[in-house]
Design a protein around this ligand. Structure first.
Ligand code: 1CP
Length: 364
C-alpha cells in the first residue's frame, strides 16, 4: 500500500515526534480543517457532517484545504473525520446537529437497559464498518503528493464513553460520573472494548496511509487523578502497548503515537511514560515547566490558548514569544500546536499570523 504514494518531502513532524534534532519545530493545529474556514462551508454545502466523513472525495478535500491555504507554513494534515465514528461502528446512532454538536438518540443508560448489553455483545468488524475512513486516508495521501505527512486519529476510551452515556456534549457529566462511580466494573468492560477497537482502527488507518496517530482524550480533565488512573490511563496504555504489536503482525512499521489528554495536567508525569512518543498539552501548562517535567522523555505538543487568536496581532506575538522561549526554540522535543482546536469564529488571517510568528521566532 505505502509504495503507491509519493515520497514525503517534509518529514519534520515525524522527526520531531521521534525526538530527533530538527531545524525548526513543526507546526499544525487541531481542528485546522473546519468551521472557521469559508472554503469549508463552501465545499460542505448543506451536506450532513457524517456524510462528509463518509465520502472520501469530500473528506480529502476538507483535509487538504488548510494545507493549500497555509502553504509552506504548516507541516501536517489531519484526516477529516470525527471521534464519534467508533460509537457508530459499535452500533450506536449518532447525529450531528447543526450549531449544537453531536446527539445520540439512544445513549447507554445503565448496564441493564438493553442498549449496553447490545453494544457489549456486538462483534465489531472494524475493517468493514470504518472502511470509508481508510479510503479517505488513502485518497488524501495520494492527493497530498508527499507535501506533508497525514495524521490519523481516534477518540480515547474515556472520552468516547462520556459521549455514549451522556448522548452528546455535557456540562456536568452526570451520566459519565454515575457510570464510573455506580457501575465501575461495567464501565471498565466498556472501556476495554473501546480500547481494543481503537487499536484495530488505528492499525488499519496506518495500513491505509496514516503516518502518525493521535488519541484524543478531550474529557480527561473531568476526572480526578485517581479516577484518571482507573478509567483513562490503563486504556490509553492499552492502545500504545498494542498498536505497535498489531502493526508488526500486519507487516507494517510502527508510527509515532501522540496522546492528548485535555485538562489532565496532574497526569503529565504519568503521560510521559505511558508509551506514547508525543504528549499533547492544553494551555493550563506553562511551557518551561512542562519541558522540565518531560525531561526529554517525550516530545511535547502544544500549547497556546486558542482564545489568544481573538486578541489580534499583539496578543499572538506575545503568546508565541512566551511559548518559543519556554520550549527552548524547539530544536528538539517540541511540536507547535494550540492547546485545543481552532474555534469557529477565528479569523483565518489571525491563524496565519500565528504560523508566521512561529516561523519568525524559531528561525536562527
Ligand atoms: O481538522 C481536524 O482537526 C480534523 C477533524 C476533526 C477532529 C480531529 C473533527 C471534525 N473532529 C475531530 C475530533 C473530535 N470530535 C474531538 C476531539 C478533539 C477536540 O476535543 O476538539 C471531539 C471531542 C469531537 C466531538 C465533536 N464533533 C464536537 C464537540 C462537541 C462537544 O461535545 O463539545 C463537535 C462540535 C463535532 C463536530 C465536528 N467535528 C469536526 C468538525 C469540523 C465539526 C463541526 C461540524 C460542523 O458543524 O460543520
Amino acid at each position: 500500500m505505502q509504495e503507491q504514494f509519493e515520497p514525503l518531502k517534509n518529514d519534520l513532524l515525524l522527526r520531531a515526534a521521534r525526538g530527533e534534532k530538527v531545524e525548526r519545530p513543526p507546526i499544525w493545529v487541531m481542528r485546522q480543517a473546519g468551521r472557521y474556514l469559508p472554503e469549508y462551508h463552501e465545499a460542505k454545502g448543506n451536506r450532513d457532517f457524517f456524510e462528509c466523513c463518509r465520502t472520501p472525495e469530500i473528506a480529502s478535500t476538507l483535509t487538504i484545504q488548510p494545507i493549500d491555504r497555509y502553504e509552506g507554513l504548516i507541516d501536517a494534515a489531519i484526516i477529516f473525520s470525527d471521534i464519534l465514528v467508533i460509537p457508530q461502528a459499535m452500533g450506536m446512532k449518532v447525529e450531528m446537529v447543526d450549531k449544537k454538536g453531536p446527539h445520540f438518540p439512544e445513549p447507554l443508560q445503565s448496564p441493564t437497559d438493553g442498549q449496553y448489553e447490545k453494544v457489549m455483545a456486538k462483534e465489531v468488524d472494524v475493517k468493514a464498518e470504518l472502511d470509508y475512513v481508510y479510503k479517505a486516508i488513502s485518497l488524501t495521501r495520494f492527493k497530498l503528493k508527499g507535501r506533508v505527512p497525514l495524521i490519523g486519529f481516534c477518540g480515547a476510551p474515556w472520552t468516547l464513553l462520556c459521549y455514549m452515556v451522556e448522548g452528546g456534549g455535557s456540562k456536568f457529566f452526570v451520566q459519565s460520573k454515575k457510570w464510573i462511580y455506580k457501575y465501575p466494573t461495567e464501565s471498565q468492560a466498556l472501556l476495554q472494548k473501546i480500547a481494543e477497537i481503537c487499536v484495530e482502527y488505528l492499525a488499519l488507518q496506518v495500513a491505509a496511509g496514516a503516518q502518525l496517530v493521535q488519541v484524543f482524550d478531550s474529557w480527561a480533565g473531568e476526572l480526578s487523578p485517581s479516577s484518571f488512573a482507573s478509567f483513562s490511563l490503563p486504556y490509553l496504555r492499552h492502545i500504545s502497548a498494542n498498536l505497535p504489536k498489531r502493526l508488526k503482525e500486519m507487516g507494517l512499521e510502527p508510527v509515532p503515537m501522540t496522546v492528548f489528554a485535555k485538562g489532565a495536567w496532574y497526569a503529565l508525569d504519568d503521560l510521559c511514560q505511558s508509551g506514547y512518543n508525543v504528549v499533547g498539552l492544553d494551555w493550563l501548562h506553562d511551557p518551561a515547566e512542562a519541558m522540565r517535567i518531560a525531561n526529554g522523555r517525550v516530545t511535547i505538543q502544544g500549547n497556546a490558548d486558542p482564545g489568544m487568536l481573538y486578541g489580534g496581532r499583539p496578543a499572538i506575538t506575545a503568546t508565541v514569544e512566551h511559548m518559543v522561549q519556554g520550549f527552548q526554540k524547539g530544536k528538539q522535543g517540541w511540536i507547535t500546536n494550540l492547546g485545543h482546536g481552532v474555534t469557529p469564529f477565528v479569523d483565518p488571517e489571525h491563524l496565519k499570523f500565528f504560523f508566521e510568528e512561529i516561523h519568525r521566532l524559531t528561525a536562527s
